[in-house]
Design a protein around this ligand. Structure first.
Ligand SMILES: Cc1cc2nc3c(=O)[nH]c(=O)nc-3n(C[C@H](O)[C@H](O)[C@H](O)COP(=O)(O)OP(=O)(O)OC[C@H]3O[C@@H](n4cnc5c(N)ncnc54)[C@H](O)[C@@H]3O)c2cc1C
Length: 508
C-alpha cells in the first residue's frame, strides 16, 4: 500500500477530503493534473457559513478570511439595477450568511472569496500537513477494486504510467469523473438549455463610479444584456456572468458584453472568458465497496445560490471522518455505507433548490420600461422589485438549507437525532464548537449516571470520546462533523453500548 487513501482530483473537494483525513491522522495522496490553481476561472465565490465552520475545525477559516480580498464586513448586499452604473431597482441585505458575524446560530459567517484562492489555501495546508500529499500533473486513468484494496493507474504529463495501491479511493475528479465511470455509476437529470458566459476583466477606476455602494452581487436587469457583476478584489478586477449568451457570441466581443452590463463605454481589459451551462445531475449511486464519489463527481447543481462546492465540502468531511474512523480501527463498514444514505439526499435537495433559483434569472426579470424615461422607470420599478423579491429571496437567504440539513433517518444516527449541533458563543470568539474533540464528543451534564455509562462504554469499545461539560443542555453524542448522533435526557433508559455500536457502524 502506498497511502491508505487515494483521492482522484485536487479541486476544492479533493483537497478538503485530504485535510479531513489528515485532521484524523490518516495519510492520503491527492492526484491532480493542474499544476496550479486556475486563477482566472473564479467559479465559486460564495463560501457558506457552514463551510467556514468546517474550515474552522482545521484552523483555516481565519486564514481564508485574512487572504480574501473582500473582507466579510465589506458588504452583505445584492443590488438589482439597470446597469452597474445604472438606476437601482431594489436590493437584498444579509445575503449568503455574510451578516452573521457574532450571531449565536453560527461559529462563522459566510465569506465571499473566489474559488482559486480557497483552493490555494487548501493546497498550502496539504503541503504543510505531515499526513497528506498532493501529486500534480498526474491523473487517475483506471481503477481495479478487489477484496483488500484498489489498484489505480496513474498517467503523468509525458504519458508515463505508474500504479498505486490504496485501501480506499475518493473520486473528487469533477463532472467528467473517471472514478464515476470506473464504478459504473451514472449521472441522472437534465441540462439547462440557456448558455452563460463568464468574463473576468480589469477596469481601473470603475469602482469609483458605481452609485450603489458596496455589494457582493450587482444584478443587471437590462434588456441589452441581463446578467450579474461583482468585484474580485478592492482594486480593479471584476467578474461578470452574462446570461443567455452563447460561447461564439461571447468570444466574438466580450468587451461589448462588459460595457452592456456596466451600462457605459468603459475601458476594460478582458482577462479571461469561461462559457458554461447549468446542469441538474445526481449520480445514481455514490459508492462501490471501496470507492466513494464526492463533490461535482457525484452531483451538479446550477450555481444560483452558491451551493456546489459548499455541498462538496460537506461530502468531503462526511466521507473523510468515516474513512479515518474505519482505518483507525474504531468503526465498522456500515459507517462507510452510510455516506451515500446521508449525503445523496442533501445533494438532491440542493439541486432542487438551485433549480428553483434558476427558474427566474435576469432575462426573465427585465422590463423594457426600465430603460425608458424616468417616469417609465418609476412606473415599472415596483412591479419588477416585487417580482425580484418573490423569486430571488431564497437565493440570497438559504440558511435552512446551508445549516439546516439533517442526517435524520441515517442508519448510523439514533432516532430523533441527525441535526447539526446547535451553536452558541461561550465568550469572545470562543465557539461551543471549539470545545469539541476531533472524534466523538459527549456534550451535556457530565455528572449524570448516563454520561458515565457513555464514557465507560466508549472506553470498552475503543471509541475515542472527548467530553465537554455543558450542564445547560441535553446529553448529546456529537460526531466529528458536529452532527448529533444521539441525544437524550439523564432519566432515559439508554444502552450506551448499543448507541455507540450503531453510531460507529459496528455490531455489538
Ligand atoms: C459560474 C459558476 C459559479 C459557481 N459559484 C459557486 C458558488 O458561489 N458556491 C459554490 O459552492 N459553488 C459554486 N460553483 C460550483 C463549483 O465551482 C463546483 O461545485 C466546484 O468546483 C466543485 O468542486 P470539485 O472539487 O468537486 O470539482 P472540480 O472543481 O471540478 O475539481 C475536480 C478536479 O479533478 C481534477 N481531475 C479531473 N479528472 C481527473 C482525473 N482523471 N484524475 C485526477 N484528477 C482529475 C480536475 O483537474 C479538477 O481539479 C459555481 C460554478 C460555476 C460554473
Amino acid at each position: 500500500m502506498d497511502a491508505p487513501v487515494l483521492i482522484a482530483g485536487g479541486g476544492p473537494v479533493g483537497l478538503a477530503t485530504a485535510l479531513e483525513l489528515a485532521h484524523h491522522g490518516v495519510p492520503c495522496l491527492v492526484v491532480e493534473p493542474r499544476p496550479e490553481v486556475s486563477w482566472l476561472r473564479p467559479r465559486a465565490k460564495t463560501t457558506s457559513a457552514r463551510t467556514m465552520e468546517l474550515f474552522r475545525r482545521w484552523g483555516l477559516a481565519a486564514v481564508i478570511r485574512d487572504r480574501a480580498p473582500l473582507p466579510v464586513a465589506w458588504s452583505d448586499e445584492a443590488v438589482f439595477a439597470t446597469g452597474l452604473l445604472g438606476r437601482e431597482i431594489t436590493r437584498f441585505q444579509g445575503c449568503f450568511g455574510l451578516d452573521l458575524t457574532g450571531d449565536d446560530r453560527v461559529a462563522e459567517p459566510g465569506q465571499q472569496v473566489a474559488q482559486p484562492l480557497v483552493e490555494q489555501v487548501l493546497r498550502d495546508a496539504v503541503a504543510a500537513s505531515p499526513h497528506a500529499a498532493l501529486l500534480t500533473e498526474w491523473r487517475v486513468t483506471g481503477l481495479r477494486e478487489d477484496g483488500t484494496g484498489v489498484t489505480a493507474d496513474l498517467t503523468g504529463p509525458d504519458g508515463t504510467a505508474k500504479q498505486t495501491r490504496a485501501e480506499y479511493v475518493v473520486g473528487a475528479d469533477g463532472s467528467r469523473s473517471a472514478t464515476r465511470a470506473a464504478i459504473g455509476a451514472k449521472y441522472e437529470g437534465a441540462d439547462d438549455a440557456r448558455p452563460n458566459f463568464n468574463i473576468v476583466f480589469r477596469a481601473p477606476g470603475l469602482a469609483d463610479r458605481v452609485p450603489h455602494g458596496p455589494a457582493v452581487h450587482y444584478w443587471v436587469l437590462s434588456p441589452d444584456q441581463p446578467g450579474l457583476v461583482g468585484r474580485l478584489d478592492l482594486a480593479d478586477t471584476w467578474w461578470c456572468i452574462a446570461q443567455g449568451v452563447a460561447q461564439e457570441d461571447g468570444e466574438a466581443d466580450p468587451l461589448r458584453i462588459v460595457r452592456n452590463l456596466v451600462g457605459a463605454d468603459v475601458d476594460a481589459e478582458i482577462l479571461a472568458t469561461d462559457p458554461w451551462r447549468a446542469r441538474m445531475l445526481l449520480a445514481d449511486r455514490y459508492a462501490s465497496d471501496r470507492v466513494f464519489l464526492a463533490g461535482d463527481a457525484a452531483h451538479l447543481n446550477p450555481p444560483w445560490g452558491g451551493h456546489g462546492f459548499n455541498t462538496g465540502v460537506g461530502d468531503a468531511v462526511n466521507i473523510g471522518w468515516k474513512l479515518a474512523a474505519v482505518l483507525n480501527g474504531w468503526a465498522g463498514p456500515r459507517l462507510l455505507r452510510s455516506y451515500e444514505a446521508e449525503r445523496r439526499p442533501v445533494a438532491a435537495r440542493t439541486i432542487e433548490e438551485a433549480a428553483r433559483n434558476m427558474a427566474t434569472l435576469a432575462p426573465e426579470l427585465t422590463d423594457p420600461r426600465l430603460a425608458g424615461t424616468g417616469a417609465e422607470f418609476e412606473a415599472a420599478r415596483p412591479g419588477v422589485a416585487a417580482a425580484v423579491h418573490r423569486s430571488k429571496d431564497g437565493e440570497f437567504h438559504s440558511l435552512d438549507l446551508v445549516l439546516g440539513y439533517s442526517y435524520a433517518g441515517s442508519p448510523v444516527v439514533s432516532d430523533g437525532a441527525g441535526e447539526r449541533m446547535p451553536h452558541r458563543w461561550l465568550g469572545p470568539n470562543e465557539s461551543r464548537y471549539d470545545r469539541l474533540g476531533r472524534e466523538f464528543t459527549l456534550v451535556g451534564d457530565l455528572s449524570t449516571a448516563l454520561a458515565a455509562d457513555f464514557v465507560k462504554a466508549a472506553a470498552g469499545a475503543g471509541v475515542p470520546l472527548d467530553t465537554f461539560d455543558d450542564p445547560g443542555d441535553r446529553l448529546m453524542l456529537v460526531r466529528p462533523d458536529q452532527h448529533v448522533a444521539w441525544a437524550g435526557d439523564a432519566g432515559d433508559a439508554v444502552d450506551a453500548r448499543s448507541v455507540l455500536a450503531r453510531t460507529t457502524g459496528r455490531r455489538l
